[in-house]
Design a protein around this ligand. Sequence first.
Ligand code: GAP
Length: 555
Amino acid sequence: MSDNVMDQIVSLCKRRGIIFQNSEIYGGQNGFWDYGPLGTELKRNVRNAWYHDMVASHDELTVLEGTPKAFSMVGIETALIMHPRVWKCSGHFDLFNDMRVDCRECRARYRADHLRIKVARSDDGTPLAAWGFMPGSDEFDWSGAGDKKLAKSVRERCEGEISVDAAPMTLANYTASLQPSEDSGEIAEHLIPRCPNSSCRGPLTEPREFNLMFKTIVGALGTEDDAAFLRPETAQGMFVNFKNVVDSSRVKVPFGIAQVGKSFRNEITPRNFTFRSREFEQMEMEFFCHPGESQQWYTYWRDRRFAWYKNLGISDSKLILRDHTQEELAHYSIGTADVEYAFPFLAEGEYGELEGIAHRGDFDLRSHMEGKLVADANGCLVVEQDEHGQPKYRGSGKDLSYFDDQTRERFIPHVIEPAAGADRATLAFICEAYTEDEQPDEHGKMQKRVLMKLDPRLAPIKVAVLPLIKKEGMPETAQAIYRDFKAAGINAVYDQQAAIGRRYRRQDEIGTPFCMTIDGETATDGCVTVRDRDSLKQDRIPIKGLVGWVQERLK
Ligand code: GAP
């Protein structure tokens, strides 16, 4: 495998029309990505696999393994912009913040929790200077052009040996360790952490809160008072429609409402290809259940969502289900677990989040009934008050409780929320599938082969139909087969250009699981050669049964 697998993957994605930098001809728009023709198919297949599993193929009559009873699942599609009070009551308006720091010189902006601080010290441990770096990136280079200035100022303050802390600190820990100077009461200039960019090293600002929601003004005559927000999650669409769904469909608690759609977050440092973007797609489901059964449902969804990724090809060794520690848990959450994947851009032993499964109690429905909730001294959720003792943000005032007509009980359902990212899942499937091996070419010489071992259900193209040569009726037979696939709704390509080996490699690289070659024998035996992408095994399959043969493998 190449040294930098991620570079190979990004370049393949561009070369083969999977993912492009957004607005590339204008220099690109940071944090935004476009999906090309093949990427569009791949991501649609990921989305469809999720929706199929959650809603379309869900059997609402049968008690499933691990569940207390049968349940319904329905879909919903809600608007990207919601009433501003939604975000005030949900807590996003006040709390959906990241701490950011800016470089005072080059104006680069960093997420405070992404920076690590290295400290240079004198013999006796006195700090001489501190600078930020992003884990996995630039180490301090004492001789580098940009670092000369910093190196000089460090040497000026130290007569003896200079050492650099082997273990970097978080920005918060570093700041907490600083003592203001006794004379000025301020932090000494040389101890203010400096920009991670080695050709800048300007001083960084204090960490400041930054709300991640994109603001927009609604209406031609709108003012700041009409400010609305692009949704930072799809989930609120399900909460505010809970009552509409109960009243308009025949669902009974327990049931789930699922949605796939765009979300927007003004991320301070979008990075790692599509992993952290400013516009992305979520696949979220809110499962409403009786409080007494919620723990069982939480376990059920946690295990089921973890299994989904494995079922679609993510290997055991690269996937973990990690329970949040007590400190990580949101104040209203009874339990949260993340499905995490060992992305190739992360250091050995590190994982990136694909999905969070959270037990949210009755926090969301209550917030939209009563107003923004906060925890009181006993940890109970109460409506937050303003300085006049009034609710800080008033809820809708609507009754979002549920009446169970069998048990005659009224209650506010608890919510279990599996919240996944369609772009992150797509990226994980791409990274997992990317493979390099060596295969002999037509002259027996070993050649490097790049292939994507995508699950056939996710592959953008399912079948390539290839006439061996452009004569003897082979193209006509191949075109008829190709049309049969298209008519059956199976994404196929027809390719008669170049030597057969090259055509195979073109398909391997984009993950096409089956190549079907129409050759000299086809006219007599009515069969084609089907080549398997991964094993390279070749089988003769009758033309008559080809569509069914593929359909069987896409189930
Ligand atoms: N409603 C809960 C919620 O939104 P989240 O953990 O903030 O939870 C859910 O987001 C999923 O959305 C994440 O696990 C991730 O897959 C995806 N996601 C979140 N922020 C993202 C970003 N900036 N870029 C790409 N995907 C993102």
